[in-house]
Write a protein that binds this ligand. Structure first.
Ligand SMILES: [Zn+2]
Length: 58
């Protein structure tokens, strides 16, 4: 079983998602989230974070 590098869970399959120009293999949940985060980051570095219910990544 592949392991998602985003959440460290074993998942049925991984999907490739581009984050910051790099392809990452993540489970579908993490891929969705990474895509959203990447879009948000592109639009605005910090302004949008509060609105989106961001859970801090660090
Ligand atoms: Zn994951």
């Amino acid at each position: 079983m592949p392991i998602c590098r985003g959440c460290d869970n074993e998942v049925d399959r991984l999907v490739s998602v581009k984050v910051d120009g790099k392809a990452k293999k993540l489970c579908e949940d993490c891929a969705d989230r990474a895509r959203e985060e990447a879009e948000v980051a592109e639009q605005s570095e910090s302004v949008v974070q509060g609105m989106m219910g961001f859970k801090g990544r660090r």
